[in-house]
Design a protein around this ligand. Structure first.
Ligand SMILES: [Zn+2]
Ligand SMILES: [Zn+2]
Length: 137
């Protein structure tokens, strides 16, 4: 069982099952949503993701048509996003997880959208858009 919460601790969640396709996303939406150079997102099954406390404090913003980013309205922590085209999955913001996890990031995505002040380091593959194989389970 993996657990996490927001900065103020009001919104708490649990994840059952693997975290797939952990990626560093450098797209401009993720940069603005996180206030940082990139977002670190992983995909989990919607059926394995549970809000265990503070559901009332979770609010959403539809950043793209059909795609909503959910965050704590008290402290602003980004927690997850959901896409109408992928109802079985949620994308979790990995920085809100407290547990140590086995899974590791596999790629940098939207690497060509990165801020001009950022230098992407390391050996992970970099993709112009989404990573290949993200629709496989
Ligand atoms: Zn909070
Ligand atoms: Zn992104």
């Amino acid at each position: 069982m993996v657990t996490g919460d927001c900065l103020c601790g009001v919104v708490r969640f649990e994840i059952d099952g693997p975290i797939r396709n952990i990626v560093y996303c450098h797209c401009s939406q993720c940069r603005k949503a996180q206030g940082s150079a990139f977002a670190t997102n992983g995909i989990v099954r919607a059926s394995g993701f549970r809000i265990t406390a503070g559901e009332d404090a979770l609010t959403g913003y539809e950043s793209t048509s059909g795609q909503t980013k959910f965050f704590c309205k008290i402290c602003g922590s980004p927690i997850l996003s959901k896409s109408e085209s992928r109802p079985d999955d949620v994308r979790v913001r990995l920085g809100t997880i407290d547990s140590d996890i086995e899974e590791r990031p596999v790629a940098h995505i939207f690497a060509t959208s990165k801020a001009n002040w950022e230098e992407i380091c390391g050996d992970l593959p970099q993709y112009e858009g989404y990573e290949p194989g993200r629709n496989e389970r």
